[in-house]
Each structure stands twice: as C-alpha cells, then as structure tokens.
Design a protein around this ligand. Structure first.
Ligand SMILES: Cc1cc2nc3c(=O)[nH]c(=O)nc-3n(C[C@H](O)[C@H](O)[C@H](O)COP(=O)(O)OP(=O)(O)OC[C@H]3O[C@@H](n4cnc5c(N)ncnc54)[C@H](O)[C@@H]3O)c2cc1C
Ligand code: FES
Length: 359
C-alpha cells in the first residue's frame, strides 16, 4: 500500500471511529500525556510538544521516528520492517508515524528529545544560489536555537493546492550556531516534491513558517584526525555551518580538512569564491571542487571527473595514507554510497565515516 493511501485511510479512520482519550506514559512515569486517540503517535506527541525526529515528515520513508513501545500495539507493520533490525524488533522498537493510538500506551524516548522545540520563524531573505538551489534565511523572532554545526531542522510549509496538511521535511542548517536568532537552509528543488515546490514557487520574504529541531548526529567529532568531507548540491549546507563555525573555534588550526564538492556543470556550482578564500587563508583547509561535465569552451579551473574518481585519486596520491582519517559526507544516497565505498577501499575505517543521506 502506498504511503499516501495509508495516510488517507488513517485520516478517514480517525473521523469514523472514536477512540476516546488515551494516556501516553513516557519513560516509565516521568511524563504522562492525556491525549485524544485515533491519530498516529508521531503527530499526537508533536501536538503535545514532544518532537520525535521525522525527516520524511511521517511518510514512513526515513526510519528516524523510532520509539520503544512498552505496551501491545499489535505486530510490526510491513512499512516498519525495512528500518528495524532483529534486535530492535525484539525490543518492540516501532516507527511512531506508523502506530495509531487506540488505547493507553507506554513508550521510552531519549531525554534529549524533551529539549527539541518548534520555532515560529519569519523568512528574512531568499537568494538563488543556482538554478535549483535557494538559500533561505529565517529569523527566529528573538528566540534562540542551540545546535551543533551539521544538525538539521524540520521545515514546515502550509497546505497548498492539493496538499491538505502542513508538511515537514528535514533540511540541514547552513547557518553557524553562534547566529542563534536565525536558521539558514539550502533547499534544492525536487521536481514534484511537496516542500521544495512550495519553497521554490511560493515562499516569500516576510512569510511566517515553523521550524522544529535541532535533530541529527551529523557533527564534527572531537579528534585530530584528518577530515575528508564530501558533498554534492545542497549537501553543502551542513559544511557551510561547520566551516563558518570552524573559523570561530579554531578548527582549521587544529586539523587538516579536505573538502570535495561535486557538481555536474558550472551552473550547479556555488560559494566558490568564499571557499577558495578559506582555502587560501588556512594552510590546513583544502577545497577541491569538481565538475563531472564541464561545458566545452568554459574556463573551469578545478578538478574534472566524477567526485568518486577525484576522491579516489586524492586519497591515493595527495593525502597522506599514514594519518588517521574521518569521513563526513552529505548529499544524495547514490553519491554517498559510491563515495563511502571509495573511502573503505582506501582503508578508511567504516566506524569513522559519518553521513547524512538526503533521502
Ligand atoms: C537528514 C536530512 C537532511 C536533509 N537536508 C537537506 C538539505 O539541506 N537540503 C535539501 O535540499 N534537502 C535536504 N534533505 C532532503 C529533504 O528532506 C527532502 O527529502 C527533499 O527536499 C524533498 O522534499 P519534497 O517534499 O520536496 O519532496 P517529496 O514530496 O518528499 O518527494 C517527491 C518525490 O521525490 C522523491 N525525492 C525525495 N527527495 C528526493 C531527492 N533529494 N532527490 C530526488 N528525489 C527525491 C521522493 O521519493 C518522491 O517520490 C535532507 C534529508 C534528510 C533525511
Ligand atoms: S517519520 Fe519518517 S519513517 Fe516515520
């Protein structure tokens, strides 16, 4: 059954059947919520101010919304199975977006989730970075957000056209954490996509939007290992945050950083001047932009080829094989999988490779 059809059935069921009030017992009595039954657990918790990570916005396609359920809520659904391993199944870990609340239930969630908030923001600036990527700078109206460079927020857009509900998707924050009153995002248009179509065709400066966060475990580990960073397209976002924070916290003096950024043609490249400036300013920061299909007749000064080929070449020829390395990758799942394979083939340890797949 498609996620859309499942959602429709679930909404209809909520109106046809009255499940009455139910109690959600969180972390064995540490919090109790009296809520209306019938909706899914993810939405119901969010309505009570408890935000479980939900990068796909509750479509059952990210596997991020896991909670441990201590009551019988029925067997695992086929939609949950791809995201759970055997141990998680035994522990009754569930995808909260797939569980409908029909009776009292007990769940365990990590304590840090209680600090995640919904921010009411105002779009301060929208800028075209390429033909399909926009930089969206949001004022949090005097509120402050605390996050680690590399983490993401869930950006919520209102109903429009045939989309009847508010919709959230995950976007890495590209602003630096010290800019606490703002959050910036780099949002690439996915043709036909709900949130990106709204952002690219309708979102205006001055408009109010909600952001929920921060979420995610993509951030720089506190070691001295050489950082091998790879991104494509809007995968630039967390690295912008990491590097601008790096200027403030001395990251570039402390460790070697290689940043490989892949694009197809010149029209897909952005922030080149800013990153080249960092490269010339900091001896230990090396920026390697690469085009897979540079247009004939243009004066492209960077590397040429697939980002996997460029990465492989640098790992073999230009970066010392003796030093410990950490991998940091962000972008489309296909590119990430291919680059991780190159890293492993070049003896980088699997457990020292960190990534956010923009799926
Ligand atoms: C942790 C995390 C961080 C992310 N950070 C960013 C970011 O900084 N910038 C950014 O632009 N995106 C980012 N994404 C992707 C983003 O969350 C959305 O998935 C994406 O913008 C599509 O949303 P949509 O509502 O427009 O499309 P949807 O309505 O969700 O999807 C429409 C169709 O497009 C397909 N689709 C979804 N995403 C993609 C994609 N990326 N490429 C091709 N097809 C796709 C879907 O399978 C579906 O068939 C991130 C994702 C994750 C999980
Ligand atoms: S929110 Fe993405 S799978 Fe549940």
């Amino acid at each position: 059954m498609s996620a859309g059809l499942a959602a429709l059935i679930s909404i209809t069921d909520r109106f046809v059947n009255d499940y009455g009030d139910v109690v959600i017992d969180i972390n064995q009595g540490s919090k109790k919520l009296d809520v209306k039954g019938g909706a899914n657990m993810l939405v119901t918790l969010a309505e009570s101010g408890i935000y479980i990570p939900s990068a796909c916005g509750g479509r059952g396609s990210c596997g991020e919304c896991k909670v441990k359920v201590n009551s019988d809520v029925g067997p695992h659904l086929p939609t949950e199975l791809p995201y759970l391993d055997e141990k998680q199944m035994e522990q009754n870990i569930r995808l909260s977006c797939q569980i409908k609340l029909k009776a009292d239930v007990g769940i365990d969630v990590p304590e840090y989730l209680f600090n995640i908030k919904k921010y009411s923001g105002t779009i301060e600036r929208i800028r075209d970075l390429t033909h399909d990527i926009k930089e969206v700078y949001v004022s949090l109206g005097g509120e402050e957000i605390s996050f680690r460079a590399g983490q993401y927020g869930q950006f919520e857009v209102p109903p429009y056209d045939k989309i009847k509900e508010r919709t959230q998707r995950a976007y890495s924050m590209s602003s630096k954490p010290s800019d606490k009153n703002h959050a910036e995002f780099l949002i690439r248009l996915v043709p036909g996509g709900i949130v990106t179509t709204y952002v690219h065709e309708r979102l205006e400066e001055g408009e109010k939007i909600n952001i929920v966060g921060p979420f995610g475990d993509f951030y720089v580990r506190d070691t001295e290992a050489t950082m091998i960073c790879v991104a494509g397209g809007s995968g630039m976002a967390p690295f912008k945050s990491i590097f601008y924070q790096g200027i403030e916290n001395g990251l570039f003096e402390k460790r070697d950083i290689w940043y490989f950024f892949g694009a197809r043609t010149e029209k897909d490249m952005f922030y080149l001047d800013e990153l080249r400036e960092l490269d010339s300013q900091y001896e230990r920061f090396h920026f390697v932009p690469a085009l897979s299909e540079p247009e004939p007749g243009t004066d492209w000064q960077g590397a040429t080829g697939l980002i996997t080929e460029v990465l492989d070449n640098y790992l073999k020829e230009k970066i010392s094989t003796e030093v410990p390395k950490e991998g940091y990758l962000c972008g489309s799942p296909g590119m990430l999988d291919a680059c991780m394979s190159v890293m492993r083939d070049n003896d980088m340890a699997e457990e020292a490779i960190y990534f956010d797949k923009f799926a």
